[in-house]
Structure formats: structure tokens, C-alpha cells
Design a protein around this ligand. Sequence first.
Ligand code: COA
Length: 184
Amino acid sequence: MAKDNTQIVIRPAGEADIEGILAIVNAYAAENLMLPRTAEQVRRALPGFLVAEDGQVVGCGSLVPLTPALVELRSLAVAPEWRGTGLGRLLAQALVERARQAGYQQICALTLVEGFFTRLGFATVDRWALSPKIWHECIYCPKFDACDEIAVVMNLAGEPAADPPAGPDAALWRRLRVGPAATW
Ligand SMILES: CC(C)(COP(=O)(O)OP(=O)(O)OC[C@H]1O[C@@H](n2cnc3c(N)ncnc32)[C@H](O)[C@@H]1OP(=O)(O)O)[C@@H](O)C(=O)NCCC(=O)NCCS
């Protein structure tokens, strides 16, 4: 059954959201679906984080600048009860929009859910074609010797902004408060 997202707001994250972000991300990390994060890692990346909340954090995702032209979409996740409701897509689209407004030419991700990203307009690429900067955290990764992540990229430069969603997601999209790109 469709979940009612009328109380959901997508907004930039603050210090008070760190615990909620960690709860979602590290629960999936325990299932090997994502990489684990510490409070310190999230705190450092906080200016690039958006959260979806309905009083408590139910989704998150972040932008991590890799080069002046390339930004990585990282730590995208929605709470289990919200999976499959379109919230992940809205969060990803909000992050893509934020990256576009900040002037990045490309946005990339390393992911196990290739199909989710290709539906959004990302293209699968040879992971070695990406900037080496994307690998700077790999030495800390538990899967360093057996990486199974797929690289996806979307061009932003010169591309028109995506159409706003229709139907029940339209109202949530209008309530997006992704904040000025210059703040991160
Ligand atoms: C991946 C995740 C963020 C997607 O969010 P979601 O709210 O469940 O997905 P949505 O309902 O927005 O789905 C959007 C579209 O992607 C598709 N999709 C969702 N999960 C998918 C998956 N695992 N593989 C392929 N396609 C997927 C949906 O079918 C939907 O397709 P449609 O537009 O044709 O209807 C969420 O399921 C999640 O938190 N997963 C666990 C953590 C994780 O794997 N994060 C990704 C790290 S890169």
C-alpha cells in the first residue's frame, strides 16, 4: 500500500540528525548493503547531507565533492518501512538537483543497486574511468579486496533540470528545502 508522504520534508541535515542517519546507514551496513559510517565521518560530511524526516529521520543521502567538476552521491538510504515508496528516488533527485545548482558537471555513485540509478538517468561506466579521487576511501573498506560495487554517472552540464514528479510525490517535491547550494 502507498505510504502517506504528506508529513515528509526533505531538508539539509544538522547535528541533531547524525544519530538518525547512523541508525539507518549502519543497519544496512550490517546486512552488507552499504558501507558502515562513524559519527565523526557523518559530522565531517554533514554540509553535503540531505535528510527526509517526518519528525524523525526516515531517509538520507549526501554529496561529496571529488573534483571541482565531479561530485559523488553517497550514503543514500531510506528506513525499511519506507523502501519502495518512491522516497529514495525523491532523495536522489533532490541531491542531483543540488549538485546541478552547485555547478558540478557530473554526479557519480558506487552502488550495488545499479537498476535504481539507471532508472534515474545514470549510466553504468567502467569504474576505472572515474576520477581516482573516488577511491580515496577504499583502503578503509572491508570489501577492499573484493569490491562488488558498480560505478554510475550522470552528466549535469548543459542538461535541463529533470521534470518535477507527478502524482502524490508532486506535493513533497514542492516542499523540498534543499537549501542554497553555496552552503556546502
Ligand atoms: C536503494 C534505496 C535507496 C531505494 O529507495 P526506495 O525508496 O526503496 O526506491 P524507490 O521506491 O524510490 O524506487 C524508485 C525506482 O527504483 C526501483 N528500485 C528500487 N530499489 C531498487 C533496486 N534495489 N534495484 C533496482 N531497482 C530498484 C523501483 O522499482 C522504482 O522503479 P520505477 O521508477 O520503475 O517504479 C532503498 O531501497 C534503500 O535504502 N536500500 C538499502 C540501502 C541501499 O542499498 N542504498 C543504496 C546505496 S548506493
